[in-house]
Design a protein around this ligand. Structure first.
Ligand code: SAM
Length: 245
């Protein structure tokens, strides 16, 4: 009799745990939807800078599906869908969702594209890109962050992301050229190796300026002849691109 009680209690407990997990998944999905609505309002508000008032449906779809709460430390989980950067340890941050959305949208990523990211951090931006493109290579200089992000992305099934430990200043020549390049740390000057590794017809976004103050988000394009053009989009504030250079 006691054994039966124990078994029934066990089954009930696992049903409760399962229901609880389902419930919090639904709650997080609702929070994600609210986050996207906030981002869309912010895009409307900044349309003068962005030159558009709507994000592409692909970007919205990715923002709705990537579980940002699994990319932040447990103590920040409840704030994961607020429109702001959060600490991820080692003095680094996961970028503000609006900024992730705008940078991804500027890249105009397509389903067959190969993208290079400099500054993996939590792996969230890489996961957003991975929902849209064929392959993402992402470089992180802080080894423990790179290892955590690699593990997290693997566990969550992002099989088209490769995390590399290293100095992203030099890019990743072995897989170049890239359709798009995104730099998620501030640099005084756009690293020339990254410009070289961008495909003709490709796009890059990178925060350029004082690494301890405000930078300009720069949108760079390379045309079919290899001519590079740059446009400043808006003032931004990113952690510095570190490394030897
Ligand atoms: N994209 C990240 C995300 O989704 O969580 C946020 C990136 S955080 C704002 C900037 C990251 O760039 C940090 O993790 C930092 O360690 C990294 N970083 C700084 N300098 C770097 C370099 N030279 N090469 C590669 N990563 C670098």
């Amino acid at each position: 009799m006691k054994l039966i009680h124990t078994i029934v209690a066990g089954i009930l407990l696992s049903a409760i745990v399962h229901l609880d997990a389902k419930q919090s998944d639904t709650d997080y999905a609702k929070k994600r939807k609210e986050m996207v609505e906030t981002i869309e309002k912010e895009v409307q508000r900044t349309k003068g800078l962005l030159g558009k008032d709507k994000l592409s449906p692909r970007v919205i779809e990715a923002l709705l599906s990537v579980r940002r709460h699994l990319f932040v430390p447990p103590e920040y989980r409840e704030q994961a869908y607020e429109n702001r950067p959060l600490p991820i340890g080692y003095g680094q941050t996961i970028s503000q969702p609006y900024m992730v959305a705008v940078m991804t949208d500027l890249l105009e990523p397509g389903p067959e594209d190969v993208v290079l990211e400099v500054g993996t951090g939590s792996g969230y931006q890489a996961a957003i890109l991975a929902k849209i493109v064929r392959k993402v290579y992402t470089i992180e200089i802080v080894e423990p962050l790179a290892l955590q992000a690699r593990e997290r992305l693997k566990k969550l099934g992002y099989d088209n992301v490769e995390v590399i430990v290293g100095d992203g200043y030099y890019g990743l020549p072995e897989h170049a050229p890239y359709d798009e390049i995104i730099v998620t740390a501030a640099t005084g000057q756009i690293p020339p190796p990254l410009i070289r590794q961008l495909k003709r017809g490709g796009r890059m976004v990178v925060p350029v300026g004082s690494v301890f103050g405000v930078q300009q988000l720069v949108y760079l394009t390379k045309d079919a002849n290899g001519t590079v053009q740059m446009r400043q989009i808006m003032p931004v504030r990113f952690v510095p691109l570190t490394g030897k250079r």
